[in-house]
Ligand binder design. Structure first.
Ligand SMILES: [Zn+2]
Length: 209
């Protein structure tokens, strides 16, 4: 990852957040105003305010905050998980969080294990794996209403494993998935790949394992 959108592109960042919400809604990943989306523009973050229908976001539904002092009364509690990702890795240009049903289900199934492995699927290459023979590790975290605690647990889990072979996202059991990329386009592509791969993994493991 290398490209980070420039400071002057904050309006592009806001537009990218609106598009990401619409795309997620079309896939059924953000029921009942759930999910949140953010895009970085230099040291500022455009991020969805709490509670809006993510399929019909307007510019007024997006907050712009400074990464050095990321706060705001109308931010979602889960915004802290976005900021933790940006602060941990300067290459991260977009963070998307959705309540993808199969992410919530697989998270519950693999909660004790703390992760699960995608293996044998051509589409893994969309997550950066060299081939279908690679193993892609998906971290799984227990859900927690204490968001600062969840952010600490998530960043610790990521720091404990090498980037090679680790998916660009983590699953929260019974909840959903956080995905990040260097650009909004990359993050959206990862969401699509996770959704397809989780379907493949779920039906494969149900029928054949
Ligand atoms: Zn959520």
């Amino acid at each position: 990852m290398s490209t980070i959108v420039g400071q002057s592109d904050i309006h592009s960042a806001i537009e990218a957040v609106i598009c990401a919400g619409r795309h997620a809604a079309e896939h059924g990943w953000v029921a009942a105003t759930s999910g949140n989306f953010s895009v970085r523009s230099a040291d500022r973050i455009a991020i969805t305010k709490t509670g809006h229908d993510k399929g019909h976001l307007r510019e007024a539904d997006i907050a712009v905050v400074s990464l050095s002092a990321p706060a705001g009364d109308d931010l979602s509690a889960e915004a802290a998980l976005h900021f933790a990702r940006y602060l941990a890795d300067p290459r991260v240009g977009a963070v998307f969080h959705v309540h993808m049903p199969l992410a919530a289900i697989l998270g519950r199934r693999y909660l004790q294990q703390g992760h699960f492995i995608l293996h044998g699927w051509e589409l893994q290459k969309a997550l950066g794996a060299p081939s279908h023979l690679s193993e892609v590790r998906v971290p799984v975290l227990p859900n927690d209403q204490d968001i600062p605690s969840l952010a600490t647990a998530a960043e610790s889990a990521l720091a404990e494993t090498s980037e090679a072979g680790r998916a660009p996202g983590y699953v929260i059991a019974g909840h959903g998935i956080y995905v990040w990329g260097d650009t909004p386009g990359a993050a959206q592509r990862y969401l699509e790949a996770f959704d397809a791969l989780f379907n493949l993994h779920f039906y494969w493991s149900e029928r054949f394992l």
